[in-house]
Design a protein. Structure first.
Length: 394
C-alpha cells in the first residue's frame, strides 16, 4: 500500500490535531502558575503533592477504562466529554474553595485528559492507513508541542497583565473552544462497527505482544515526571536566572515541534521503526548523562535541543508501532493502557527524583540515564532488529 501524503488525510484528522493543539495550549496556560494561584487562595504548600498525586492517579485509572469506552461509544463522544470535563475543572479553580475543592478540580482535569488523549490517539489510527501513521503521529506530537509552547507564554502574559486568575479564564475558554472544534470537525459518530467484538476481546494476548512498547512508553513519558520535578531546580543550581529557565522551556519545545514532523516521516519506514525507537532512547540516554557532568546552564540548554531530536525519533515510531500491532476493534483500549503506562512512569519517576534532588540537583539524571539504558537494552534484546534487517536483505 502506498503512503498517503498529509494533504490527502481526511479533514477529521486535522480536526483532531486542532482539538489537541487547543487543549494543550489551555493546559500549558495554567500549569506554571497553578501552585502560586491556589496557594494565594489558602491552599497549603504541604498539600501540593496530594493535588499532583490525585491528578496522576485519576489519569492513570481513567485512561485504562475510558480508552476502552471509546471503542464502544465512539471517539468523538469521549473527546467531547474530555474537553468539557477539562473546561469544568479549570473553571472550578476560579471559585474560592477549600483544599478538597481544588483537589476535586484537578481530578476533573485528570478525568478530562484521560477521556480525550486515548480517544484522540486511537482516532488517528482509525483515520490514517498504517503505512502513513508515523507521519500522522509526528504531526499530532507537533500540534501538542506547539500548544504546550504557546500556552505558558499566554498564561504568563495574562497573569502579569490581569492577575493570577486570568490564565484559568483563558484555559477554560480554550477547552470550550476545543469542544466546539470537536463538535464541528468530527463526524457525528466514529463508533467502531465491531464494538461488540471489542467487548469480547481478551486483552492478555494483545498485552503479551505489546508489553515491550508499553515498557518504552513507561520510561519515555516517565522522564517527563523527572523533569517536572528537577529541571527548574537543576537550572538554578547551574546559576540560571528565572528568565533563562523560562527560555529553556521554549528552546526545547520549538525544536521538538519541528523535529516531530521529521521523526514522523522516518517512522513511516515500517522496517526501520524498531531501529528508530532504539536510536531515540539511546540518544536520549546520552543527553541525560551529559546533564550530569554539565556545569553550564547554556550548555545544558544546547544538550536539551539534541534531546528534543531524540524524543522525536521515539514518539511517532512508538505510537505507530503500537497501533499497527493492535486489532482495529481494540484501538481505544490499547491506547488507554498505552497512555496509562506513561502516566504511571511519570508518577514513579517524579517520586523517585525528589529524594535524589536533596542530595544534589543533578543526581536524578543518574537515575534517568540508568532507566533509559536498561529500557533500550531490553527492548533491543526482545525486538532484535538486526535479525529482521538480515532476513530482508538480498
Amino acid at each position: 500500500m502506498n503512503q498517503v501524503p498529509p494533504d490527502a488525510y481526511p479533514s477529521s484528522f486535522w480536526g483532531v490535531l486542532t482539538a489537541v493543539f487547543i487543549v494543550q495550549t489551555g493546559f500549558g496556560a495554567i500549569l506554571p502558575l497553578l501552585p502560586e494561584f491556589v496557594h494565594s487562595r489558602g491552599f497549603p504548600i504541604a498539600d501540593m503533592g496530594i493535588m499532583a498525586a490525585a491528578y496522576a492517579a485519576i489519569s492513570f485509572l481513567g485512561q485504562i477504562s475510558l480508552g476502552s469506552m471509546s471503542d464502544r461509544l465512539g471517539r468523538k463522544q469521549l473527546m467531547l466529554a474530555g474537553s468539557l470535563l477539562e473546561a469544568a475543572g479549570t473553571a472550578g479553580f476560579l471559585v474560592h474553595g477549600s483544599v478538597a475543592w481544588y483537589i476535586s478540580c484537578r481530578i476533573f482535569q485528570g478525568l478530562g485528559s484521560a477521556a480525550l488523549v486515548p480517544a484522540a490517539n486511537a482516532l488517528v489510527a482509525d483515520l490514517v492507513p498504517s503505512v502513513s501513521r508515523g507521519r500522522a503521529y509526528g504531526l499530532m506530537s507537533a500540534a501538542g508541542s506547539a500548544g504546550f509552547a504557546l500556552g505558558p507564554m499566554l498564561g504568563g502574559l495574562a497573569g502579569a497583565a490581569w492577575g493570577l486568575a486570568a490564565p484559568f479564564v483563558i484555559g477554560a475558554l480554550l477547552n470550550l473552544l476545543a469542544a466546539i472544534a470537536t463538535l464541528i470537525t468530527l463526524p457525528a459518530s466514529i463508533r467502531r462497527q465491531n464494538a461488540a467484538q471489542a467487548d469480547r476481546l481478551e486483552f492478555s494476548p494483545i498485552g503479551r505482544k505489546l508489553w515491550p512498547y508499553f515498557m518504552v512508553m513507561f520510561v519515555w513519558i516517565g522522564m517527563n515526571g523527572m523533569y517536572d520535578t528537577t529541571w527548574s531546580l537543576y537550572m538554578r543550581w547551574l546559576g540560571a536566572e528565572p528568565w533563562l529557565i523560562g527560555i529553556s522551556f521554549s528552546l526545547f519545545g520549538l525544536p521538538l515541534l519541528l523535529f516531530n514532523i521529521y521523526g514522523g516521516r522516518l517512522a513511516d519506514h515500517r522496517a526501520w521503526r524498531h531501529w528508530t525507537i532504539l536510536s531515540g532512547t539511546g540518544l536520549q540516554a546520552i543527553t541525560v548523562a551529559l546533564y550530569i557532568v554539565s556545569r553550564s546552564a547554556w550548555l545544558s540548554i544546547a544538550i536539551s535541543v539534541i534531546e528534543a531530536g531524540a524524543l522525536s525519533l521515539t514518539g511517532p515510531a512508538l505510537s505507530a508501532s503500537v497501533m499497527d500491532k493492535s486489532p482495529e476493534s481494540a484501538h481505544g483500549r490499547v491506547q488507554g493502557w498505552f497512555q496509562a503506562s506513561g502516566t504511571l512512569g511519570a508518577t514513579l519517576m517524579a517520586l523517585a527524583s525528589g529524594p535524589l534532588l536533596v542530595v544534589r540537583p543533578n543526581h536524578p539524571f543518574i537515575l534517568g540515564t540508568a532507566v533509559l539504558i536498561a529500557a533500550t537494552a531490553l527492548a533491543a534484546m526482545i525486538w532484535r532488529p538486526w535479525q529482521t534487517a538480515a532476513a530482508t536483505s538480498p
